[in-house]
Design a protein around this ligand. Sequence first.
Ligand code: AMP
Ligand code: TRP
Length: 333
Amino acid sequence: MVKRIVSGVQPSGKLTIGNYLGAIKSFVKLQDEYEGAEFFFFVADLHAITVTQDRLKLRQSIREVAAMYIACGLDPDKVNIFIQSEVPAHNQLGYIMESTAYIGEMERMTQYKDKRQRQVEGIKTSLLTYPALMAADILLYDANLVPIGDDQDQHLELTRMVGERFNNQYGNTFEIPKAYYNKDVVRIMSLADPLKKMSKSDEIERSFILLDDEPNRIKNKIGSAVTDSDTKIYFDKENKPGISNLLSIYAGFSDKSVEEIEKLYENKSYQEFKSDLGNLIVDYLKPIQERYKEILNSKYLDEVLDRGRDRAIIISNRKLEKVYHKVGLGRKK
Ligand code: AMP
Ligand code: TRP
């Protein structure tokens, strides 16, 4: 039985429609599907400082991600929403996980290798050890299911591996989690370069759509999305990555399948397709944006985060105490 569901999003900038379609939309779906389960959705602020952040911007982004969770439909009466750094057991178990995982395992992570290659300034130690903290985030709560985008599956595999290693060494301690992928949604690609993932940290503004982008901005960004010089609208990732990406986005924001959308636009132009897609996204995001504005600076948001933190502290400290005991740290109680 699924008892606990855990996931997080980094506050490394404003959220994009990639974050929504790839992660938050699944969180909301799970919240409604698994009524008996307990949920922990957090803002992974400790993960964000694996690269240099401006402190004021970081603080703002943390609040924004939390507000966006709620605006997108997470119900604080059903799920615990909290900020990772406010629950100290994450760091504490993170260190134990660093003492369980091997350096070679960390160095093999593609996300680390990619980021390392692109980075010019000094690479922080935490960029390498990041998956140990992520393992802790998950194992602390005995999560059975972890909704993630496919870019995170290597990290989840590592979580399973270190969880099992710990269990073998010290006796059964952690539930071994499974990834939950939203089958309807694939990875959303950059609008400027459909071979790259859409990312909130991309330097090219028109490559991503933010969940709080103004309607005209959204329409313009879709309008200027890179496509091919063909005229037909159909899904072919290899030869038509731009159009295929827009079809995925369309499917994500409607209840239609890609095949249905292809049919709908069989004899229509790219321009018409893009214009409809722009309107679709704008209409879909309108109530989310309204709710977001209402709660961003509200006391309500703080109350939700306090409540989530308090519950997360209780559950995670219980687990941490067990772990310390098993490892042989401190004094015998
Ligand atoms: P991040 O922005 O890296 O903290 O990602 C938060 C969550 O959103 C993760 O589960 C990612 O897999 C998901 N995500 C981020 N960008 C995309 C994208 N372009 N397409 C699909 N999922 C994404
Ligand atoms: N590493 C994830 C990302 O970059 C965010 C994250 C941190 C996470 N801890 C987690 C996701 C635990 C799921 C479970 O997207």
